[in-house]
Each structure stands twice: as structure tokens, then as C-alpha cells.
Design a binder for this molecule. Structure first.
Ligand code: AHG
Ligand code: MN
Ligand code: MN
Length: 349
């Protein structure tokens, strides 16, 4: 007979909680929960696994390269952008909990009707594949998602229903397809990270209750655009490069050019990510609804800050689905100092 106290299981996976267990436990702690939101999260995680599967075979199957289309953002659409979009839309349609999808890769909001009705009560806005220009060179890319409730009293899922400020999000997360695949999300009760174990096909709770450091030593910005930065930002860049033992400067530049990856590193290690207004992108490059809002929700839940340099991202009232915004996001102290330079409250000594 096997002595269960001493028998080795051959692995230690059983000590991790799965994403599904975690979601169900959270759901049970909410008094009137119907399980619909939990099912929505499950649908998103299933799509993430499918996209992960495709991604791991990139280079072997024909998913590198461009579709030949220019997307609504005016950017070259990669085959993998289109594929990731398709997989998420398909999973959300099949799941039935989502009534409207807004995607960076689709010009209009996509209403979802089951039997002629919008049955689901959640709106999902997403960047199906972030950092896709990096995909052919094997750099980490990701998916970013943002979840809203269909507003009270709204009978139909219209575009207006999707134009809610970030502060109204009820969930947000991202998946980073990196050296391992991770799903990180929040529902407004802290941030938790799950690593995909490909052998059992489950996301396992590897990073419970993530808190981002108050300050860090890394800054991420495309400094090639330096000449078109506003004065305050130019000064801030000079400041981060100056030697100062007390604050650990000069900071290190770390810019992957894949927002989800730069953000993930900063979240865990401390740092600031900036995509400011530039000459070619006067409103900034990143999208308010697909990139800035969900990451702002996550970073705030982890103790960090996100602003456009003047206004907190989550307070911005959206005008349109594909709206862009300047973005300063990361460790609280670092974002505050950057803001002080931008607003002329601080100068180089
Ligand atoms: P996407 O691939 O979804 O279009 O987003 C690309 C974004 C972001 O991931 C990255 O940080 C930024 O573009 C890089 O822009 P630059 O090449 O202008 O620095
Ligand atoms: Mn993106
Ligand atoms: Mn994208």
C-alpha cells in the first residue's frame, strides 16, 4: 500500500490554486452573484489559452507577417492581430455573457446577439494583441482587456454604453505571452497573477496580491521622439539621467516597445512607462479604452498611479472608442515626479 504521507507525486503542482478555483472562491464571497461574471472571466482565459497555443507555433505555421490590411488605427495589421481578435470574439460570443465587444482591430463596436437579443450584460473592450510589431523577432506580446457592466436601464448594447470612464470598469487584465504565459487581472480587490502550466493547460496562481514598488530604477519611453517632447518632459528625462545617490539615479532605460511587457516588468520591479504626445501622435499613441484604462485600473489596484500628465486616466471621459491618450503609468512616486516636471512645479536643480 502507498503511504500517502511520504509518496512523491512526481510534481508539486497540487499546491497551486487554479484560476478557475480562484474565480469560484471569489464569486462565492459575493452575496448575489449569479456566476455570469465568473463565466465571462473563464471565456477570456480560454481565448488566452488558444491564442497562446497559436503564438507558441508562430514561425512554424503561417501566422507571421501582415494581412495586407491597415487597421482602424492606421497601423499595419499583422496576421496574428487578426487571429487574436478572431479568437477572443469567438470565445466571447460562444460564452454568451458579453453583449458588446470593442476591439482595437475592428472599426465599430461589435454587438453580440443570441436569438436576436443582447443576452449578456457585460461589455468587453480589448487590444487582442499588443506589441504585435515585435512578434516576428520573438519578443513578448500580450492581450489587454477591460470589462464594464451594461449600464443600468440600458436595453441595448450600443456604442454609447461602451463609452464609460475607466473608473466604472468592473474588471481588467492582461495576458503576457512571454518566456512563460501569464494572466494578471483585477476586479477591484487587488491584483493577482496566474502562470500557465502548459502541461496541464491551467493558469495557476503564482503571484497572489501583487503590490507594485512605490518607486523604482527603470524608465521606459521611446526616446527617439525626444525632440518633439514638451519642455517639462524633456527636463524630466534629463533629471532621470542625472547622478543622485539618494534616489538611485541615473535610472536605467528599459523600452521593449511592447507595452504589456514593459508594464508587466515595471509592475513587478518598479518603474515608469511613458508614451507622451509626440509630433506624429499629438494625442499620444496608446488607446484609452484598450490599453490605458485597463492598465490604470490594475496599477492603481497594485498601489501605483496612471495619468495623462495632468488628469488621472480613470477619470477621463471617453469621446470615442479608439481614442488615444498620453500615458504616464507605474510606481506612484515616479509618476508624481514626472507630473511635477510636466506641470512646471519642479525644475532641474
Ligand atoms: P499595438 O501593437 O497594440 O498596436 O500597440 C503598440 C504600442 C505598444 O505596445 C508599444 O509600447 C508602443 O506601441 C510602441 O510604440 P513606438 O514604436 O512608437 O515606441
Ligand atoms: Mn497595443
Ligand atoms: Mn494591438
Amino acid at each position: 500500500m502507498i503511504d500517502t504521507n511520504t509518496a512523491s507525486t512526481g510534481n508539486d503542482l497540487g499546491r497551486f490554486k487554479t484560476l478557475e478555483q480562484f474565480i469560484i472562491e471569489r464569486q462565492e464571497s459575493l452575496p448575489h452573484s449569479t456566476g455570469a461574471f465568473s463565466r465571462l472571466l473563464r471565456d477570456i482565459s480560454v481565448a488566452a489559452k488558444i491564442v497562446n497555443h497559436d503564438m507558441r507555433r508562430a514561425g512554424l505555421v503561417d501566422i507571421y507577417g501582415n494581412t495586407g490590411e491597415i487597421n482602424v488605427q492606421g497601423e499595419v495589421q499583422k496576421k496574428m492581430d487578426a487571429l487574436a481578435h478572431k479568437e477572443f470574439v469567438r470565445a466571447l460570443k460562444r460564452g454568451g455573457e458579453c453583449c458588446l465587444i470593442g476591439s482595437e482591430e475592428h472599426a465599430e463596436a461589435i454587438p453580440i446577439r443570441t436569438n436576436g437579443d443582447s443576452s449578456g450584460k457585460y461589455i468587453v473592450l480589448l487590444d487582442p494583441l499588443d506589441g504585435s510589431s515585435n512578434i516576428e523577432v520573438n519578443v513578448s506580446v500580450g492581450t489587454i482587456f477591460s470589462i464594464y457592466r451594461l449600464p443600468e436601464g440600458a436595453t441595448e448594447a450600443t456604442l454609447e454604453a461602451a463609452l464609460q470612464p475607466g473608473v466604472d470598469q468592473i474588471g481588467a487584465g492582461y495576458v503576457v505571452y512571454g518566456s512563460s504565459t501569464m494572466l494578471v487581472y483585477t476586479t477591484g480587490h487587488g491584483v493577482n497573477g496566474f502562470t500557465l502550466d502548459p502541461s496541464i493547460g491551467e493558469f495557476l496562481l503564482s503571484h497572489p496580491n501583487i503590490r507594485t514598488p512605490k518607486t523604482g530604477k527603470m524608465y521606459a519611453i521611446n526616446e527617439g521622439n525626444y525632440n518633439s517632447f514638451e519642455r517639462g518632459l524633456k527636463k524630466y528625462i534629463k533629471w532621470v539621467q542625472r547622478k543622485d545617490e539618494a534616489t538611485g539615479r541615473p535610472y536605467k532605460t528599459r523600452y521593449i516597445g511592447s507595452f504589456v511587457s514593459d508594464f508587466h516588468r515595471n509592475l513587478l520591479k518598479g518603474g515608469i512607462y511613458i508614451y507622451p504626445a509626440t509630433e506624429s501622435s499629438p494625442e499620444g499613441k496608446l488607446r484609452l479604452m484598450y490599453e490605458a484604462n485597463p492598465m490604470a485600473f490594475i496599477v492603481e489596484q497594485a498601489g501605483g498611479v496612471a495619468t495623462d500628465g495632468r488628469t488621472p486616466i480613470l477619470r477621463k471621459k471617453p469621446r470615442e472608442l479608439h481614442q488615444r491618450t498620453p500615458l504616464y503609468i507605474g510606481s506612484a512616486e515616479m509618476v508624481r515626479v514626472a507630473e511635477e516636471f510636466l506641470q512646471g512645479k519642479r525644475d532641474l536643480d
